[in-house]
Design a binder for this molecule. Structure first.
Ligand code: GDP
Length: 137
């Protein structure tokens, strides 16, 4: 069993599609092992996206991530990291496959509805960033 971190980003929370997005995970065999709805500060968003600190979109991305509440989850299942990435679709919704979350709910390459860890290393960092061990069951 593998675990990965998922975030429903502020654009999707504002659209009131939390339930529809969570359904996609459950329908594809992923289990929610932890979940909370929070709002990030700018400093917290910068810490979470530290690997992107030198990218030109870093300031815009971290401001977007603070504009409203987000839902953070630990998803668990066989091959959870790759499975979640497939359910999400490509970063740019214009390139996302039909039936993916980003194809159906994203507005742009930045306001793209969901985040998902892209490797075992980032999953470990990102899960610890948001959750204490006793919150994951
Ligand atoms: P992901 O793993 O598919 O989320 O994509 P990345 O790790 O490459 O980028 C992290 C996040 O930064 C994306 O989900 C987008 O919200 C945002 N992002 C990525 N590329 C761009 C870009 O070219 N412009 C802007 N404004 N935001 C971007």
């Amino acid at each position: 069993m593998e675990q990965t971190l998922s975030i429903i980003k502020p654009d999707a929370v504002q659209k009131n599609v939390i339930g529809e997005i969570i359904s996609r995970f459950e329908q594809n065999g992923l289990r929610i092992a932890a979940m909370k709805r929070i709002q990030l500060s700018k400093r917290e968003a910068e810490g979470f996206y530290y690997v992107h600190k030198d990218r030109p979109f870093f300031d815009s991305l971290t401001t977007f991530m603070t504009e409203g509440p987000i839902v953070v989850m630990v998803l668990e299942g066989e091959d959870a990291i790759a499975k979640n990435r497939a359910i999400m679709g490509a970063t740019n919704p214009e390139n996302a496959e039909p039936g993916t979350i980003r194809k159906d709910f994203a507005e742009s390459i930045e306001r793209n509805a969901v985040h998902g860890s892209d490797s075992a290393e980032s999953a470990a960092f990102e899960i610890l960033f948001f959750f204490a061990g006793m919150e994951i069951r």
